[in-house]
Design a binder for this molecule. Structure first.
Ligand code: BES
Ligand code: MN
Ligand code: ZN
Length: 499
């Protein structure tokens, strides 16, 4: 889909469909919408009176113009009650509209960002969220389907400005929205890819591609180099797999100092079978998504490199498979992490915290001033929060608040979980410094407390995305499969830290 911002009058625009908003309890149509209604001999008003157009959120009504307007059709999209409208509802409604129009093979559509209804939304943000809704909502992952799609693609989406000065502002919002949505879709692509084509080596190759395209500094450590650095926890997980592990580091330097302002650490388990503590086979295929954290931080830093804020960011992705074999890690084994702490293994399926232990230690050793880690870490987080929101854990309320606000801005829901010291005791081992499982209770918190053993006092937030990385349903701008969460949150966060 090509999105273009142009000067134009929606009433005079020739397209397969022009899209206009409609609110619930709408008293009086005005401006362009009133003009369109008039051209259609009052069709919108009539349909509203008869109860066919109610203005309910995501209600889509297609009216054929039959020559009364240059456009073939008018698509009226319901946005609900005006006072209850949010940016995320707009993203969702635009997404639903684009999919509906695509289903009917409409290839050229036009939108007006004015009058989208939020008085406090300026035109720049309106163009940004419309672009995000359109690009996120029409995402597909069909590369392995050899039969043809039943519908064509939307070729062109016009965002109309009334004059040149509006176009300049809209263009800015569109550019930002495109970078952000494409980053989320990149993460979706990587996560939807099956694990046979998204091995640690494949992730490293993707990192190379992104580094070349967006001028990021790239370091990839192999097994030997990890050994030299003492990454015993990561290597313990990797020792059961035939695939060589990769420790991927991408660096964006937009600040004037040489310090790393923020390190984004992402779990990169390209397949989690559980290892010797093997998972039940039912649903195991979902564990190709256990590298979502890694994909997320790679996508986020690529977007940041395009937006170019004044800040230094590092993305760190420890990547390996977690498989059982004759050489695999075993319950009862003890590993030594990069920071010297020893870990008693109770379950080889609690592998995420092991690879993150070394990645966080690495970030600390390089002197990162703050750390955000993103991981599909625990099934317990899904039990606690469902698939509705990501769990946030941390040691610095100011940073946590910034993460929560960034998530809210993106429409990616996040809920803070408690980190009382009492939880820490559950990870105590009698024969090592810590054990990698804290028991059945409070499983997502003890996992976070395990990570805290490696962060020390550096401001740190851990995001457990076990429940939010994938979705079963197509809804709003979410498509079945990988969600791209929390790429947009991370981008917003870095931009807010740069301010
Ligand atoms: N990758 C899983 C967590 C997960 C489960 C993510 C379901 C997405 C959906 C993680 O490595 C894992 O297996 N965690 C164990 C920890 C347990 C052994 C302490 C879990 O949650 O069961
Ligand atoms: Mn696991
Ligand atoms: Zn895992």
């Amino acid at each position: 889909m090509e999105i273009k911002v142009v000067t134009g009058d929606i009433v005079k625009t020739k397209a397969d469909a022009i899209v206009i908003p409609f609110f619930k309890d709408n008293e009086q149509l005005s401006g362009d919408i009133a003009n369109i209604d008039q051209a259609l001999d009052g069709a919108i008003t009539q349909l509203n009176k008869r109860g066919e157009i109610k203005g309910k959120l995501n209600e889509i009504t297609i009216i054929h113009c039959l020559g009364k307007l240059p456009s073939e059709r008018v698509a009226v999209i319901g946005l609900g009650k005006k006072e209850e409208l949010t940016k995320n509802k707009i993203r969702g409604a635009i997404a639903e509209t684009c999919r509906r129009l695509r289903q009917s093979n409409m290839e050229n559509i036009a939108f007006i960002p004015q009058g989208i209804g939020l008085d406090d939304i300026d035109l720049e943000i309106a163009a940004q969220i419309m672009t995000e809704g359109a690009l996120l909502g029409t995402y597909t992952f069909q590369k392995y389907v050899t039969s043809k799609e039943e519908h064509s693609e939307i070729k062109q989406l016009l965002i109309l400005g009334r004059d040149d000065s509006e176009v300049v502002v809209l263009e800015q919002g569109y550019r930002k929205g495109k970078i952000i949505a494409e980053a989320a879709n990149l993460a979706r692509d990587m996560v939807n890819e099956p694990s046979n084509n998204m091995t640690p080596t494949d992730m490293a190759e993707m990192a190379k591609k992104l580094a070349d395209t967006y001028k990021l500094e790239l370091t990839i450590l192999n097994r030997e180099q990890m050994k030299d650095l003492g990454m015993g926890a990561l290597l313990g997980v990797a020792q059961g797999s035939q695939q060589p592990p990769k420790f991927i580091v991408l660096r964006y330097s937009g600040g004037d100092s040489s310090e790393i302002d923020v390190a984004l650490v992402g779990k990169g388990i390209t397949f989690d079978s559980g290892g010797i503590s093997i998972k039940p086979s039912n649903g195991m295929e979902e564990m190709k998504s256990d590298m979502t954290g890694g994909a997320t931080v790679m996508a986020a830093i690529s977007a940041i490199a395009q937006i170019k804020p004044e800040i230094n960011v590092m993305a760190i992705i420890p990547a390996t498979e977690n498989l059982p074999s004759g050489t695999a890690l075993k319950p009862g084994d003890i590993l030594t992490a990069m920071n010297g702490k020893t870990i008693e293994i109770l379950s080889t399926d609690a592998e995420g915290r092991l690879i993150l232990a070394d990645a966080i230690s690495y970030a600390r050793k390089l002197g990162a001033k703050s750390i955000i880690d993103v991981a599909t870490l625990t099934g317990a987080c899904i039990i606690a929060l469902g698939k509705v929101c990501t769990g946030a854990f941390g040691n610095n309320q100011e940073l946590i608040n910034k993460v929560l606000a960034s998530g809210m801005e993106a429409g990616e829901l996040i809920w803070q979980m408690p980190m009382f010291d009492e939880f820490k005791e559950l990870n105590k081992s009698s024969i090592a410094d810590v054990k990698n499982v804290g028991g059945r209770e409070a499983g997502s918190i003890t996992a976070a407390q395990f990570l805290a053993e490696f962060t020390d006092d550096i401001p740190w937030v851990h995001l457990d995305i076990a429940g939010t990385s994938m979705t079963e349903k197509e809804r709003n701008y979410q498509i079945k499969g990988a969600t791209g969460v929390p790429v947009r949150t991370l981008i917003n966060l870095v931009l807010s830290l740069a301010k």
